[in-house]
Ligand binder design. Structure first.
Ligand code: ADP
Ligand code: MG
Length: 408
């Protein structure tokens, strides 16, 4: 496998140009968003980032314990039941500010605990004042459901209820849920808007808003929807915005939704330091699926998330791998929500080795112990790359990311 990889000398010769590319990032970002598939313009060196230092020693270790935070005792018990002793860096820096009522932009690498950073102080606020209402908006249905799952763990026995409102699922049960008492609404922009238009969802009591994976939502043409939804909420409210990436133009846009926000950025580099990154060169005569199959047969490729550019491609690839004898499933926008959820569950619970996905699975999903992320197709933008490979190397664990580069 090693001889396929980028030769380190070759890599060195590329790094010089890297800084210039960084400077042009904003430009490139704009351009690449306009073209549907501009991934080939991403500097290949950006896909190579070997883990060198023993990162375990460098890892942030908070001196504080959750027990030291000014939080309700019952909430502290639930946090500790999740196995969280100390806050991660983003949690340590943001939780006190959020508890003070500050609007905030939280930037930290993938897999560093951003969900807890907003859920914990928000739950504390609700415990202090049951009239607080929280609206969490996320770009994908799977992420919305995952946030609710984590929320429920933090809220065990606290009698704080949540409702998830996402597309692809029957709207009736969601409307019924809205009739029962709840402090928290978690949803995707399209379904939230739909329910507002049907006069089933009223947001005038919302006192707190969280935009998770904010840049994706602001970038994907959801700005009018988000503007609309937030215009219905209380003008006196606290708004939080979290992401692992935030291009400058998106950050500017986000200021429209926040009041004098503080920005807390933990990022020292673009990608998670826990992900070993390399490329696999595919020669002209080689069959990509064959190469992938050979890799997947190696022992270390225990739990692999493979990204494909298109829905059709993801389906085709998953079937091809299945025919080769691999336990593989796919997740993409052409599948029913039930099937998407089922595939994700099978992968999460280790019933299958491989999940082939489009970028619908690139954002926010916390799947335990993904050993490898493979970009079978180059991502459209560098931000997409960061999020894709962020599905591995989470919560301090080490992961690998490989990007297929086709010789022309
Ligand atoms: P992000 O949103 O930054 O990508 P997540 O909120 O999904 O990251 O968290 C990544 C993983 O880290 C999750 O499995 C979560 O349970 C775990 N985690 C979060 N905070 C802590 C903590 N303080 N201690 C231990 N594990 C944590
Ligand atoms: Mg997240």
């Amino acid at each position: 496998m090693n001889n396929r990889k980028f030769h380190s000398n070759e890599r060195r010769s590329f790094t010089k140009t890297s800084a210039a590319h960084q400077g042009n990032r904003r430009n490139r970002f704009n351009q690449s968003r306009k073209r549907r598939f501009a991934g080939k313009s991403i500097d290949i060196t950006k896909f190579v980032n070997k883990i060198t230092a023993p990162i375990a020693e460098e890892k942030f270790q908070s001196k504080i314990l959750f027990a030291d935070f000014p939080l309700d005792q019952r909430l502290k018990i639930n946090i500790s039941k999740q196995g969280f002793k100390s806050p991660t860096e983003i949690q340590e820096k943001t939780i006190p500010l959020i508890l003070k009522g500050q609007d905030l932009i939280g930037l930290a690498n993938t897999g560093t605990g951003k969900t807890g950073a907003f859920l914990i102080p928000m739950i504390e606020k609700i415990l202090q004042n049951p009239r607080e209402k929280l609206l969490i908006i996320a770009p994908t249905r799977e992420l919305a459901l995952q946030i609710q799952e984590e929320f429920r763990k933090f809220c065990a026995n606290l009698k704080i209820n949540s409702v998830v409102l996402v597309g692809g699922a029957n709207i009736r049960p969601q409307i019924n849920l809205l009739h029962s008492p709840h402090n928290v609404i978690i949803g995707t922009p399209g379904r939230l808007k739909d329910l507002v238009n049907r006069k089933k969802l009223f947001l005038q009591n919302v006192t707190n808003v969280v935009l998770d994976e904010a840049d994706q939502m602001l970038d994907m043409g959801f700005v009018p929807d988000i503007r609309f939804l937030l215009s219905l909420t209380k003008s006196e409210k606290q708004t939080l915005l979290f992401s692992a990436t935030l291009a400058p133009e998106i950050e500017k846009l986000s200021n429209e939704f926040l009041k004098n926000p503080v920005k807390v950025s933990i990022k020292t580099r673009d990608t998670s330091e826990c992900v070993d990154q390399d490329v696999i060169r595919i020669q002209r005569h080689e069959d990509k699926i064959e190469v992938l199959g050979n890799l997947l047969s190696e022992n270390s490729f225990q739990k692999v998330l493979v990204f494909s550019r298109t829905k059709h491609g993801a389906e085709k690839l998953s079937k091809a791998l299945f025919h080769k004898g691999f336990k593989s499933e796919s997740i993409h926008g052409n599948k029913s929500q039930a099937k998407r959820q089922k595939a994700l569950q099978l992968f999460k619970e280790d019933f299958i080795q491989i999940l082939v996905a489009t970028d619908v699975a690139a954002r926010g999903l916390d799947i335990p112990n993904v050993s490898h992320v493979i970009n079978f197709d180059v991502p459209a933008t560098f931000e997409d790359y960061v999020h894709r490979i962020g599905r591995t190397g989470r919560a301090g664990k080490i992961g690998s990311a490989l990007t297929f580069i086709e010789s022309r």
